[in-house]
Design a protein around this ligand. Structure first.
Ligand code: 3PG
Length: 306
């Protein structure tokens, strides 16, 4: 079996070493394309592979058409909005993710961004503290739980909205349940988004929710830029000089922020949430193990296409 790791944003070397160990111990072969720049490189690399591990790499119908022998693709990470699931199914390819494996890294980035921002980028001007401030978690899955656990250490007052999670589970993490996004956003000065990107969530956070946030609001987005209605966000920015936006990846309207809102935003150029050695190892090795287990035993746990 030939297993391809195709990553436009490369894993840490130690993650590749451990992925290779899992694959070779199973008697399979590892092929690598890292830091590729063009889709044509990916199309060339997939022609002879039985399985693939990717990150945010776009797996389109075109990629799947070129991967004639492909049986399984694992997205080493949580969000699988980069996989064309209908096309995977049409090509008889099993698609999986590795939920939870990079969640702590993303949760830590939430605080790295907040702390840097509220201390004014260490510029010397007076900043602010997190103790007893309200934090809202929009989504209480794997990342939301880690964020809550860290926030407790800061002494924050934590709320969450997630229709799929019980009040009891939230309580176990020291979190108070909100019954709607309206309730959550209007209560919390700090708001961290942890929902997947899909047809329901795309552009779902806009003007009304954002303008309802308390004074000195800080919106933190480590999920996907597509969740935000950028028109609504810009309207809030124009009306409220106290509002900040921290995002793990630049929004489409980045040029407006650069021109008008210096000091009120922080954007990573490349998605950095899962870019730690630990997260690379956890997600990469989990992906390799899932592939081995699928070929050896038919295990389809974590399959995300129908
Ligand atoms: C995820 O959905 O797991 C994160 O966004 C990480 O994406 P990445 O593997 O491209 O860094």
């Amino acid at each position: 079996m030939n297993i391809l790791v195709a990553t436009e944003k490369a894993f840490a070397p130690d993650a590749i070493r451990q992925i290779r160990e899992v694959i070779e111990a199973a008697g399979f072969r590892l092929t690598l394309i890292e830091n590729y720049k063009n889709v044509s490189e990916l199309l060339g690399a997939v022609s002879d592979v039985d399985a693939m591990i990717v990150r945010s790499d776009m797996v389109t119908a075109e990629v799947l058409d070129s991967a004639k022998k492909l049986k399984i693709i694992v997205r080493a990470g949580a969000g699988y909005d980069n996989l064309d699931l209908a096309s995977c199914t049409a090509h008889n390819v099993v698609a999986m993710n590795t939920p939870g494996q990079n969640s702590n890294a993303v949760a830590e980035l939430v605080f790295e961004m907040i702390l840097y921002h509220i201390r004014g980028g260490f510029s010397g001007k007076s900043g602010s503290e997190l103790r007893i401030k309200t934090l809202g978690l929009h989504g209480f899955g794997n990342v939301g739980k880690y964020v809550a656990d860290i926030a407790k250490g800061f002494g924050m007052d934590i709320y969450a909205y997630d229709p799929l999670v019980s009040e009891r589970t939230m309580k176990n993490h020291g979190v108070k349940q909100c019954n709607s996004t309206e309730q959550l956003y209007s209560k919390c000065r700090y708001l961290s988004i942890h929902v997947p990107c899909n047809d329901i969530t795309r552009k779902s956070i806009g003007y009304e929710l954002l303008k309802s946030m308390p004074k000195d609001a800080v919106l933190v987005n480590t999920s996907r830029k597509e969740i935000i209605n950028e028109e609504g966000l810009l309207k809030v920015f124009a009306e409220r000089p106290d509002f900040s936006y921290l995002s793990d990846i630049e929004p489409d309207c980045k040029a407006v922020f650069e021109e008008k809102y210096k000091g009120r935003y922080l954007f990573t150029a490349k998605k950095m949430g899962a870019q730690t050695e630990e997260a690379n190892i956890n997600a990469g090795v989990a992906a390799a193990r899932q592939i081995v287990s699928y070929f050896k035993t038919g295990n389809e746990k974590y399959k995300v296409n129908k």
